[in-house]
Design a protein around this ligand. Structure first.
Ligand code: AVI
Length: 330
């Protein structure tokens, strides 16, 4: 771990990320008429581990689709980068298993790059740095602990070298349509002309396939969402009884999104010590926890153009369930 620590830079201090912001978001979300909790708070150490488990589930196809794409097209991606030095910036890197495929290719091709993973979870970055060390001992790595937007600020202040930004795993799908436009426009504005973005989109498909991916038989997706209540109990002195909340996730065709929530199975009042107040829940009242938007390829292209990018290429898996689209900042 000592070795990994020297390679991690904390852009956003922990207390600023997790403390007040979390409490405020919980208070706002649970006081609203339609209750909700932001999905980014699922990812503490336990949440990140649960997400790693999700990526290995037989039902959760997006990870396997994207691995297939990166395996098939990594050499083509390496050719796009050429001989000039660049930053390989990984937004929301998670544990970086897919990124490894690219690191291996770029290293073998002798590309000159430094690797900059950005993640809100310091432990994920530390695990990743430790995990990469034996295989990539000469890799220039600087992990940044920050949320996406702070990570983007870093980008704009370190933009002498060309950036090749990875935003994989359909992470864009956890923003609503308006937020994804705002995010991508912000990202575009922090890039230089000619910089590249490889961005993953989960494509619309048969609804049963999508619904099963979020309703796995092992119940990991449920634990993952319930981790929000777990965190409120652990960090804010909440008194949630997790057995009285049931995970529910379905495809909303009009929104084009898997919408996930926690349903209170009975009428109840829950006290949260750090907020010094109680919250009422009606029987079967939902707390919205996450939306995972799905896309048509035309929507992907419109989004690119509207946010200041041009499309270089689209890389699909063999079933065309997922696309990694390569965009250039114009
Ligand atoms: C991280 N994100 C793209 C995942 C998704 O598919 O929305 C998170 C996830 N939630 C439940 N399963 C996976």
């Amino acid at each position: 771990v000592r070795l990994a620590e020297s390679k991690i830079e904390i852009i956003e201090p922990k207390q600023c990320r997790d403390g007040d912001n979390f409490a405020r978001a919980v208070e706002r979300g649970l006081s609203a008429e339609n209750k909700s909790l932001p999905c980014k708070y699922i990812y503490d150490e336990r949440g990140s581990c649960l997400f790693s488990e999700i990526m290995n589930l037989p039902e959760y196809y997006p990870t396997r689709c994207e691995k297939e794409i990166l395996t098939r097209y990594r050499s083509c991606l390496s050719d796009y980068l050429g001989d000039e030095p660049f930053h390989l910036v990984d937004l929301g890197a998670g544990d970086g298993r897919k990124t490894k495929l690219l690191l291996r290719q770029f290293t073998n091709d002798g590309r000159k790059f430094s690797f900059v993973p950005i993640d809100i979870s310091q432990s994920s970055l530390e695990c990743m740095a430790n995990d990469l060390e034996p295989e990539f001992c000469d890799l220039k790595l600087k992990g940044l602990v920050a949320d996406y937007f702070k990570g983007l600020e870093y980008l704009s202040h370190n933009n002498r070298e060309r950036n090749f930004v990875l935003f994989l795993g359909s992470n864009i799908g956890n923003f609503n349509r308006e937020e994804s436009r705002e995010f991508l426009t912000g990202l575009r504005n922090s890039l230089n002309d000619g910089d590249l973005l490889l961005i993953g989109f989960d494509l619309k498909k048969k609804t049963s396939v999508m619904v099963e991916a979020y309703n796995d038989s092992a119940g990991i997706s449920a634990q993952f969402n319930l981790n929000l209540l777990n965190r409120i109990n652990g960090e804010l002195g909440g008194e949630f009884d997790l057995d009285t909340f049931k995970y529910y996730s379905n495809y909303e065709a009009r929104q084009g999104a898997i919408v996930s929530c926690l349903l209170s199975t009975r009428k109840q009042t829950v006290f949260i010590d750090a907020l010094d107040r109680e919250f009422d829940f009606g029987k079967w009242e939902p707390i919205h926890t996450e939306s995972s938007y799905k896309f048509g390829i035309e929507q992907v292209h419109r989004l690119a153009r509207d946010c200041g990018f041009e499309i270089e290429d689209d890389f699909f898996d063999s079933r065309r369930w997922f696309v990694d689209s390569l965009w250039r900042a114009r």
